[in-house]
Design a binder for this molecule. Sequence first.
Ligand code: NZQ
Ligand code: ZN
Length: 385
Amino acid sequence: MKDFELNLKTKIYFGKNKVKGISEEIKKYGKKIMLVYGGGSIKKYGIFDEVDNELSSGEIDYIEFGGISPNPRLKEVREGIKVAKENDIDFILAVGGGSVIDASKAIACGIYAKNDVWDYFTGEKEIEKAIPLGVVLTIAATGSEMNINAVITNQKDKQKLAIHSEKVLPKFAVLDPSYTESVPKYHTAAGIADIMAHIFEQYFSPDREAVVSDRMAESLLRVCIEEGPIAYRNGSNYIARANIMWASTLALNGLLSLGKRTDWASHKLAHELSAHYDLAHGATLSIIFPAWMKYVLDENTEWKFVQFGKNVWDLSGSDKIAEKSIEKLEELFHEIGLPTRMREVGIEDDNLEEMAENIKEVYGEIGALKKLDYEDLLNIYKLAF
Ligand code: NZQ
Ligand code: ZN
């Protein structure tokens, strides 16, 4: 098992009405707050009112910055930086999902960018500072509420790139599962696929010794398989929503990757897909993952898929367990209404080469379970088509 360090610094407030009291938490970090949100779901479903009541009773001085798109855009981040600077903002409260949180993280560090915030995403500049941020989570999916990542789309250059910096780790996150009861079926399903994909990226590693991480990953996958369809069918089932919400945070807060190498090829393939076609992130993953699995399955990797089949899907016997485990995954994605092929969402096959080339250009060879070069990437896209 590889050596590691762990410091889970984000304070979690989990449960109903946990937004009450965050004013005290915010006061530890800032005086002039920017409340960042998305397309308006928080206003439609009453979440904004609860946050506003809490901030008003705590005498917190705040401005609103709304309109962050799903798959947040660079131009929205740049606008947020401008507004934050003009208003001397010293703390950001992100109220929303991964898109809102990621945009908030980018604004938080972008305030200090000497040239342009995009330099952090291309790797040209390193993030040195960021103003602190907190989160009120409204959809279970990305784990952004307790991690160091942010993903932003540059529409002009058709690039979707990420930063990974401790400087943007949220100080606290409110996880009230009742807030997720209004999430529409499609985004509930996309969230479940994303959670599972995060677990896969860390589970499908070439390293065999990190048994603790592997068994935790399998347990979380089983939670997604058991509770996910319940949350999908009955959005107001609090127990299912609660379990999925906590699974989403645990899936990408650093715990599952301890002691091992991780893969992340599928996310790169999926991000490229969403840079070209503005699909929900989870839907790009339900398309890419089964294809990736089929492509990387060979005599060297079969052991891992057999483990997956036995420990996650309860498959037994010795015949084609690896292949069956992938079939089971596709069945689950279909059960919750997700696509598993590009064609199902109307994508044509005329961009596959360009997408594979772009990944090659930005990252070079990718993947850990199996190293993937241009031809491999193209083959996976063709399988996913
Ligand atoms: O914009 P609003 O009106 O808020 O509506 C959103 C949006 O349309 C809606 N929604 C959210 N909470 C709701 C709700 N609707 C009703 N009731 C609620 N309570 O759901 C839609 C999707 O929201 P979004 O924030 O885009 O979803 P998600 O959390 O899946 O975030 C996706 C983004 O995160 C990135 C993805 O690439 C994508 O850009 N990721 C971030 C990661 C990270 N920071 O670690 C890792 C992931 O792999 C991923 O790349
Ligand atoms: Zn993801």
